[in-house]
Unconditional design. Structure first.
Length: 470
């Protein structure tokens, strides 16, 4: 027979039971709160994942949108839809006209969608570009590359994975059996991991954006080189031509030398007759001239190739080095010589410049863009003059490139640094030269400005700090 407990014994146990009940209740509510908090974090993670997928897709397709490479665009969209959470991706132009659209049903493979030729897009500057309904989380993002190119709409399925929820319930059930401190510790670890997961994704997106910027700068550099390839080939062909001619002459002279050397040793009169017949005295003096000319030609070729190699090199590390701006200008003039010589005379007004901390190949790219633009600004029927002027006030250096070309009206002058703006015929300019040049100078904490008068010419002025600001 069980022993009965007196009221006093129950009274003594009551505080302990109340404390135990309070702790159990607190732990249960802590577990429930932790469960819903963790569930909300999963939703936040889904929102963040959608944003990151959209940003990554923009980075991967922006170049293809500019070049209208729709096959590559669909390939990049398919790569994004390898994430099973993505339900559809739609790419539109600025008006909402659908350029490419892919969608999938739950558990199915993506396929092209032809449901609509036009969809309603948000307004630029709208604060919230994410929404959620019963079926999807919808994320909008503008596609920009200096200017608005269009919109991307990415939809993810609006549900939480059952495996994730089951794991979450189990985890929180265990948490409810632990102390509040243990629960907070586990939750803290969870938050820590989630936080750094988001930061890592953002770093990946930033790295991709940096890589895209570098590729754009290198593409513009290679485009400039491509335009000058024929001219550089001509510059190399000239010295190679007279070196080849000199070698042919030297080969003929070698035959005469052999004839003189093969003459009988004791026959002085015969030797003298041979030397007179082959004009030996002239050949001796001419051989030295031919060798010197050939050496000069080879040095000219070596200089052009070195300048071309230095200009084309990608500075992935973007190392800032103390550099002689005049050396860079002369190197760039060697590269652009063939494009300038038939359009304009050069006038160099070099001042005394200190060494400047910069990325030399990037600054040379700016010089090349300005010099080629100056030459092309001079009409064919006009005697062109390009003046390059340098000076310094000690803390800053300035480089001016002035031409006596046609000049520009104000409505064009205000647009010349806009990406993809060009006054050249279709297919003869990317419209990125001055935009990339201004970006390079701004990265060096400098300025690139322009002034122009119609019928008089234009002046582009670069200002750079001598020391890089840390």
């Amino acid at each position: 027979m069980p022993l009965s407990r007196s009221s006093s014994e129950w009274d003594s146990l009551k505080p302990a039971l109340l404390i135990a009940l309070a702790l159990a209740t607190l732990q249960i509510f802590s577990g429930i709160a932790a469960y819903y908090q963790s569930k909300n974090l999963l939703w936040d993670s889904k929102y963040q994942t959608a944003q990151n997928l959209t940003k990554g897709l923009i980075v991967s397709v922006v170049d293809q949108i500019v070049t209208k490479d729709y096959g590559s665009i669909e390939s990049r969209i398919l790569q994004t839809m390898s994430n099973a959470e993505v339900a559809s991706v739609v790419l539109t132009d600025t008006t909402g006209k659908v350029i490419s659209a892919l969608q999938r049903d739950i558990g199915q493979k993506p396929h092209l969608a032809f449901d609509s030729d036009w969809i309603q897009t948000p307004e630029l500057g709208q604060t919230s570009l994410q929404s959620r309904d019963d079926a999807y989380i919808t994320t909008w993002a503008p596609v920009k590359l200096g200017m608005h190119l269009g919109w991307i709409r990415l939809q993810t399925f609006n549900f939480l994975d059952s495996a994730e929820l089951a794991s979450l319930r189990k985890e929180n059930f265990l948490l409810s059996g632990l102390s509040i401190v243990s629960g907070l510790l586990v939750l803290g670890i969870f938050l820590w991991r989630a936080y750094f997961s988001v930061i890592k994704r953002e770093h990946i997106v930033e790295a991709k954006l940096d890589e895209t910027t570098k590729r754009l700068m290198q593409s513009e550099k290679l485009a400039s080189l491509g335009e000058m390839a024929a001219g550089v080939a001509h510059e190399i062909n000239n010295p190679v031509g007279y070196v080849s001619s000199n070698l042919a002459t030297l080969q003929k002279y070698l035959g005469f030398y052999e004839e003189v050397l093969d003459a009988p040793a004791g026959d002085a009169e015969g030797l003298a007759a041979i030397k007179k017949r082959v004009n030996y005295a002239f050949i001796r003096s001419d051989v030295r001239n031919l060798v010197n000319e050939s050496q000069e030609g080879i040095e000219r070729v070596k200089t052009i190739i070195k300048d071309l190699k230095d200009f084309a090199r990608t500075n992935t590390a973007s190392n800032y080095l103390p550099s002689d701006i005049h050396v860079g200008l002369k190197s760039t003039l060697n590269i652009a010589h063939n494009q300038i010589k038939n359009r304009a005379q050069l006038k160099l007004e070099f001042g005394n410049l200190p060494l400047v901390e910069c990325v030399p190949s990037q600054i040379n790219q700016v010089f090349l863009n300005l010099l080629v633009n100056a030459a092309q600004a001079v009409p064919v029927d006009k005697e062109g003059l390009i003046t390059i002027r340098t000076y310094s006030d000690g803390s800053f250096i300035s480089i001016e490139v002035e031409d006596n070309g046609e000049g520009m009206p104000d409505e064009i002058l205000h647009k010349i640094f806009d990406p993809f703006f060009t006054t050249k015929e279709a297919g003869k300019g990317t419209g990125l030269g001055l935009s990339v040049s201004q970006k390079i100078i701004q990265d060096h904490a400098g300025t690139l400005t322009a002034s122009s008068s119609v019928g008089v010419g234009s002046v582009f002025k670069i200002t750079l700090p001598v020391r890089r600001a840390l």
